[in-house]
Structures are given as structure tokens and as C-alpha cells.
Write a protein that binds this ligand. Structure first.
Ligand SMILES: Nc1ncnc2c1ncn2[C@@H]1O[C@H](COP(=O)(O)OP(=O)(O)OP(=O)(O)O)[C@@H](O)[C@H]1O
Ligand SMILES: [Mg+2]
Length: 543
């Protein structure tokens, strides 16, 4: 049954119920994406589990979300059960063995796995707008915010950085409008409120540093198995938009960061997008187009994307047509609408003269599916009615203690647990505001200006990825100038982080104003370190 270079999925059977031949997913076409569909309780999660096991055994790292917690058992060795043994026997899987898999647990909230974070800068305005459900006008303003930050090397790491920048923009709405068009205090305020809501939903924990290193979800073990990254998504699913945006971000991150590899003999990573309908539910057309583009292009980076959802109609046609490997579990067809869905699902398969696909989809048993995978030359196989193999790892969730054990022994233990709050927009803007006030005060009082300032370069180098062209940079114009100025008044004038020099009622120049005024000069000084954004608006790594 088990074959080199292929993942055994199960055994197909003839209409007269004779079990017939093995069905496989060819690793060579593992990057040609896939789709797992079916109504609740029909066997999708188990199918995902056996796919992840197969990829891991073939040395391919896997990333998947665990929506209900029942996928966590993949980290534990399977337990003998009658129904599993029976299934193995029925399908002729003679060397059915139990096995545990190398799992890394992740959790945006840091409760059931290692923290996963990204920075606001990395996520970019497109996805953030989607996350906050912004209007077009608000999205336009968010774009300006990112442009100001990107062009001026102002790091937006966490939500408070973006809050600080927006507060600043609100204060100079008038000036911004002359330069960029309609920026109103009200719209800026609306975005700020959106950010507050995000914070209340717990999204703040997702933004910041240390940001996830893509390499950490692409690990293999010493014995050549791919690590399976399991994202705890039960709490995350209470905010479906955050869940979908997060997975989109990760997908675009993979796309931007990985080099081209053409068509490798097996994928470099396989990414399961469970509850995929959340990605497309009332998504604006641009976003769907971009997703379609990423899915199409990411293949040559060796990444296979597998959508898991109830109904193939949940996935837009342009995306659907790119999903080469299909596993369709049972669907109900009572209402005309359901019947239509089943018909469309049936029509996406290469027909098998032995049976009617429509009929089959409505009568499939649990753990049974219509299967069609890409074969030689990338041609889809004739659809087969297939009994899916039983998993080798445990069916069902891990106990808390077991999970804690896996987390403690993980190769990334300790790397993502603590927040790192390096200097970023929030601190810089606050300090700048103090300094601007101070400078004006001095200008008013005396002729020679002594703005005691420390250098504004951030301490750490960019994000942990290493190859990000973020530089050691300084803030153009005000940062450089201040640093070059000799501080004749000595350290007493230096602005410490702690002491507040802001005067109430003092008319200060906002940092945004300073940025706008120096825009012409800064265009020159930032040449070569302007940040480039990719397809989904995340930072492009310039490969
Ligand atoms: N390949 C299989 N071999 C043996 N048993 C299976 C198989 N697939 C499914 N089952 C049985 O069916 C049950 C339900 O399957 P599963 O949890 O995968 O459904 P699901 O489609 O993910 O449901 P939901 O939509 O509710 O998450 C499993 O707990 C298991 O008992
Ligand atoms: Mg499930």
C-alpha cells in the first residue's frame, strides 16, 4: 500500500463494494494545492490529520490550524481502537502502525502554544483595513499613515505605535489634507476607535516583537520528518476576521520571503487553510484577486495550500480552479440550494463511468470521500469513491499536561514567550513631541537652539528574519540633524524618556507636520531604504 514519493490516502472501492486500489497524493504535485470539503462530522479533520502525517513522514513541514482542539492528538501516538483496526483491515492497510509526530504548538494568545506575532508594519494597510473592516476613506487614510511611516523609517511594531501615529495625524489633519487629499479628524478618529476594538478583542497580543521567523515553521527533525505546526484556533475563532487575516498574512509572508524553486519533487511546506470560507466571506474583490494571485504564484515557491471548508462553493471559482488535489466528503442535498452545491461539487471531478458523482456525494459514509489527485503531467485522476485510511496518531485532543510537555520540549521553547518592546513609533513620536515643544520654547526664549537629543536609530536590527532591508536607520531630517548638533548645554538638556516636557496648551508642531515639511528632503535621504510592499501589502523582502 505505502509507496515511495506518494502519500497513501485510502483505498477506492467499486460500486459493488469490492475494495479496489490505493489512492495516493503524489508529492511531486503536492504544491499544486488541494481542497478538502464535506459537511460536519463527515471526516474532514481526520483527512487533514492523515494528510499532515503523510507530508511529515515525507519530510515536508506542515502548518495547520486546530479549530476545535481535536487535531492536537497528532502529537501523540495513536491508541488501538476496534473501528480503526477494522478500517485498516477493510482497506487492506496491512502495515498499519501507530506513530507520534513532531509538533510545534502555536497560539496568537500564547496560551496553548508559542506566541505568534507580527508587526503592524509587516501586516500592512490592506490586511489591517480588512481586519478592522474600514471604509474606503478610512483605508485611504491608513495607507497615508503607512506611507508616512515607511518613507520615514518609523517602525510600526504594535498597536500603540499605530495609535500614536494616528493621534499625531489627527492633530495635523489639515496639513495632511493639502498634501494627500481628504484626511479628516473624524475619519482618523474612526480608525483609532477600530484599533481600540481590536485591542479589546485581544488582538494586541498578536502585534509586536519578536515576530515569527518563517524558518521556525519550516523545520524538519533529525530523522528527516517535517515538523507539524499546529495553531490553536479555538479562541481565535471567536474573532473570525482576525483568524482569516492572520492566515492570509502568513500566506503572503511565505510568498514574499521564500525563493523560487520551480516544481520540486516534494513541497517545501504545506499550509492548511481550515474554515476557508472565512477568508472569502464578503471579502472585497481586490482582496480575492490578490489571494488568487498569491495562490497561483506561491506554487513555484514550493508551497502547497490546502483549503478545508464545508462546501466547494465557499471558494471563488478563480481559486477553486487552481486546487489540483481534491477530497470531497459527504454533503447533504435536501434543499434546492444544497442540491445545486452538490451538483457543482460533482461537476468539478473528472467523471468515473462506474458511478454518478452527484449521487455518491450524498451517500458517502463517514471517513469516505470522492478523491481525485494530480497524476503524471498534472492531469487529474478519474474520481474514485475512497475509504480514507485511519490515522497513525491519536484521534482526538491532547490532555493539557501532554500539551504543556510538547510545548516545553519544542525547538522554539523560550524564543517567543517574552515581549520585546524595542524603540518604535510610539516612543519616537512621544519623544519627538517633547523635543519639538522644547525646541520651540527655546527658540522663543533665546537665539541659539539647543535641542538636546539622543540619536533616534532603533537599537535592534529589523525583525528577526535577518534579511529585511530595514537598515539601521535614523529618522531623516529631525533625527540626523539633532544627532549632529552639539549639545552645549550638556546632559541636563537631554530629553530622557521618562521626563515629560510637554506643556499643556503649548502649541507644538506635530511630528506629522515635521514629516510633511521635510518631505522633499526626506525623499532623498530615504532613498534606498524605502520599504517595498508586496501583493497583499505586507513588506516585500525584495527577492
Ligand atoms: N478515515 C477515518 N478512519 C476512521 N474513522 C474516521 C475516519 N474519518 C472520520 N472518522 C470518524 O468520524 C469522526 C468524525 O470525523 P471528523 O472529526 O474528521 O469530522 P469533521 O468533518 O472534521 O467534523 P466537523 O465538521 O464537526 O469538524 C471521527 O471522530 C472518527 O471517529
Ligand atoms: Mg473537524
Amino acid at each position: 500500500m505505502l509507496q515511495e514519493g506518494k502519500i497513501y490516502l485510502g483505498t477506492s472501492r467499486k460500486p459493488d463494494d469490492t475494495v479496489n486500489k490505493g489512492e495516493y497524493l503524489d508529492l511531486k504535485y503536492g504544491n499544486r494545492h488541494g481542497l478538502v470539503t464535506g459537511a460536519t462530522g463527515t471526516g474532514k479533520t481526520v483527512t487533514l490529520q492523515i494528510l499532515a502525517e503523510g507530508f511529515s513522514n515525507a519530510g515536508v513541514p506542515v502548518f495547520c490550524a486546530d479549530i476545535k482542539g481535536d487535531l492536537s492528538g497528532i502529537a501523540a501516538i495513536g491508541e488501538p481502537k476496534d473501528f480503526l483496526a477494522r478500517r485498516a483491515e477493510t482497506i487492506g492497510l496491512e502495515d498499519y502502525r501507530f506513530q507520534e509526530f513532531p509538533v510545534i504548538f502555536w497560539d496568537l494568545f500564547g496560551e496553548k502554544g508559542h506566541r505568534i506575532r507580527t508587526t503592524v508594519s509587516e501586516m500592512g494597510p490592506l490586511l489591517l483595513s480588512r481586519l478592522m473592516n474600514l471604509t474606503d476613506v478610512q483605508e485611504g487614510i491608513l495607507n497615508i499613515a503607512f506611507k508616512l511611516a515607511d518613507d520615514n523609517g518609523l517602525a510600526l511594531l504594535d498597536l500603540k505605535d499605530l495609535q500614536a501615529l494616528l493621534a499625531d495625524m489627527g492633530a495635523s489633519a489639515g496639513e495632511l489634507s493639502t498634501r494627500y487629499g481628504n484626511v479628516t479628524k473624524q475619519s482618523v478618529g474612526a480608525i483609532q476607535r477600530g484599533l481600540l476594538v481590536l485591542e479589546q478583542q485581544g488582538a494586541a497580543s498578536f502585534f509586536g516583537e519578536p515576530a515569527l521567523k518563517i524558518a521556525d515553521i519550516m523545520r524538519t527533525t533529525h530523522d528527516g520528518r517535517g515538523a507539524i505546526s499546529v495553531l490553536a484556533a479555538d479562541r481565535l475563532m471567536m474573532n473570525p476576521r482576525l483568524y482569516a487575516t492572520f492566515l492570509l498574512w502568513l500566506m503572503s509572508e511565505l510568498f514574499e520571503e521564500l525563493p523560487e524553486v520551480g516544481d520540486p519533487d516534494r513541497p517545501r511546506l504545506v499550509f492548511f487553510f481550515d474554515e476557508a470560507h472565512l477568508l472569502f466571506d464578503d471579502a472585497p474583490r481586490v482582496l480575492v484577486e490578490r489571494v488568487e494571485q498569491v495562490v497561483r504564484l506561491i506554487r513555484s515557491k514550493g508551497v502547497g495550500i490546502y483549503f478545508v471548508t464545508q462546501n466547494p462553493l465557499d471558494v471563488p471559482e478563480t481559486v477553486l480552479s487552481q486546487l489540483g488535489n481534491r477530497i470531497q466528503h459527504a454533503l447533504r442535498a435536501y434543499t434546492p440550494r444544497e442540491q445545486k452545491a452538490v451538483r457543482i461539487a460533482a461537476e468539478t471531478f473528472r467523471p468515473n463511468p462506474d458511478f454518478d458523482a452527484f449521487e455518491a456525494i450524498t451517500t458517502l459514509g463517514t471517513g469516505e470521500a470522492l478523491v481525485s489527485t494530480l497524476q503524471a503531467k498534472g492531469i487529474p485522476s478519474v474520481v474514485e469513491r475512497t475509504l480514507i485510511r485511519p490515522p497513525s496518531s491519536r484521534l482526538g485532543p491532547l490532555a493539557e499536561g501532554e500539551r504543556a510537555g510538547v510545548i516545553a520540549l519544542s525547538p522554539v521553547a523560550g524564543q517567543y514567550d517574552e515581549d520585546l518592546d524595542r524603540e518604535s513609533a510610539f516612543e519616537i513620536l512621544n519623544r519627538r513631541a517633547e523635543q519639538a515643544a522644547l525646541a520651540q520654547e527655546q527658540e522663543a526664549g533665546q537665539d541659539d537652539r539647543h535641542a538636546g537629543a539622543e540619536h533616534d536609530g532603533p537599537s535592534a536590527s529589523g525583525r528577526s528574519g535577518g534579511d529585511v532591508p530595514r537598515g539601521p536607520w535614523t529618522l531623516p531630517d529631525f533625527g540626523d540633524d539633532d544627532a549632529g548638533m552639539d549639545d552645549r548645554n550638556g546632559s541636563s538638556r537631554s530629553s530622557g524618556r521618562g521626563d515629560s516636557r510637554r506643556r499643556s496648551g503649548y502649541q507644538r508642531q506635530t511630528v506629522t507636520e515635521v514629516i510633511i515639511k521635510s518631505a522633499a528632503r526626506s525623499a532623498a535621504t530615504t532613498l534606498g531604504r524605502v520599504l517595498v510592499r508586496g501583493i497583499l501589502g505586507g513588506l516585500s523582502k525584495g527577492r
